[in-house]
Design a protein around this ligand. Structure first.
Ligand SMILES: [Zn+2]
Length: 78
């Protein structure tokens, strides 16, 4: 049975040299990717949580570099 990759949509051929658990086109492990999709489907908030954590991390660096702007060089003069 021809397997279609859920990630890139590539349909593998019988003649494919790549192991049958792996997509010849993008190299994804079908089972792992399907499990990942199933997890995200079961809990769509996981992706949102990851996104919001990433945004927080971005904000942290924005605030951090802004904070550095307030530290004037003269404070370092003994
Ligand atoms: Zn693929």
């Amino acid at each position: 049975m021809a397997k279609t990759c859920l990630k890139c949509g590539y349909q593998r051929k019988i003649t494919e040299q790549t192991p049958d658990y792996m997509c010849p086109a993008c190299g994804v492990i079908y089972e792992k990717y399907e499990a990942k999709l199933a997890r995200e489907r079961a809990d769509p908030t996981i992706k949102n949580q990851i996104d919001s954590v990433n945004k927080k991390a971005d904000n942290f660096w924005i605030h951090f570099t802004k904070a550095l702007d307030f530290v004037k060089p003269e404070y370092f003069i003994p």
